[in-house]
Design a protein around this ligand. Structure first.
Ligand SMILES: Nc1nc2c(ncn2[C@@H]2O[C@H](COP(=O)(O)OP(=O)(O)OP(=O)(O)O)[C@@H](O)[C@H]2O)c(=O)[nH]1
Ligand SMILES: [Mg+2]
Length: 245
């Protein structure tokens, strides 16, 4: 079976990491994958990094990348990807996953299996294809997400339904081609759409796999106006570039 690494950015996810890291490793290993988790932690005050390391000492398969401070989700993924590309030559698939329980770990082997079988370069865990669900109670978040997807589709011309999803399987060999073009360091939404667009433009074969997005288990939720504004700006810029080119 192919080798898999799950890059998991964390900021104050101590309780979540304690649950999700062992659960995910078990599920992947039981499905026959040689798997490890790369936790990219931004000096979480709640000790997330120490907890992740402790789990690694007990069951193996956990690498913790400690960064100096909260530098943003995009930059956490970029550092994580660069670490994998530079240090883990045998890895075939690099996955993205949140630590907060929103991405049910039992779906990942299915996403990997379809990537392997159908030779997809990118499999997106999707709330918006048939069979996908989002049990979100906040109307505000639903409106923001739906609008973000519509804007993302108009600006990039892509047909993907869940453009901002952060649950993904990416073939490492195609990630290597675009890693140096990733520039969106702070906003999670913008980073995910830029990554998707770069992969698409480089010819990636993309598939959306349905899953049920769960509300975060522990910890605080945060989706601010700054994030929404920078997303809007990115869409406008991308749209202009696309129509003049
Ligand atoms: N290393 C790092 N991880 C981050 C940063 N911001 C968010 N994360 C992690 O990225 C993942 C996604 O962030 P979330 O806060 O869950 O974002 P969200 O799902 O849009 O919003 P909520 O779940 O409602 O808070 C989680 O595992 C976070 O801990 C950051 O600046 N640095
Ligand atoms: Mg979340």
């Amino acid at each position: 079976m192919s080798k898999v690494v799950v890059v998991m950015p964390t900021y104050n996810e101590a309780e979540n990491v304690e649950k999700i890291v062992p659960e995910l490793l078990n599920i992947l290993r039981n499905s026959g994958w040689t798997a490890s988790i790369l936790v990219v932690d931004d000096s979480s005050p709640d000790g997330t990094a120490d907890i992740a390391e402790e789990i690694g000492r007990k069951i193996g398969g956990v690498i913790v990348l400690r960064r100096g401070g909260k530098l943003g989700l995009g930059s956490a993924y970029i550092d994580g990807f660069k670490y994998v590309i530079g240090n883990m030559p045998n890895v075939d698939y690099v996955c993205e996953m949140d630590a907060d329980g929103s991405h049910p770990p039992e779906v990942l082997p299915k996403m990997l299996e379809i990537a392997e079988k159908e030779k997809y370069d990118l499999v997106i865990g999707s709330r918006y294809v048939e069979g996908g669900k989002w049990s979100e109670k906040s109307i505000y978040r639903i409106i923001v997400s739906k609008t973000a997807n519509i804007l993302g589709r108009i600006s990039t011309g892509m047909k993907i339904k869940d453009m901002t999803s952060g649950y993904r399987v990416i073939r490492k060999s195609i990630l290597e081609k675009i890693i140096d073009k990733l520039t969106e360091l702070h906003s999670g939404y913008v980073f995910q759409v830029q990554l998707l667009y770069l992969l698409y433009k480089t010819g990636a074969r993309i598939h959306e796999y349905p899953f049920t997005f769960m509300p975060r288990i522990y910890g605080k939720t945060k989706l601010g106006y700054r994030e929404i504004f920078s997303y809007f700006k990115w869409c406008l810029k991308t749209f202009m570039e696309r129509i003049v080119s």
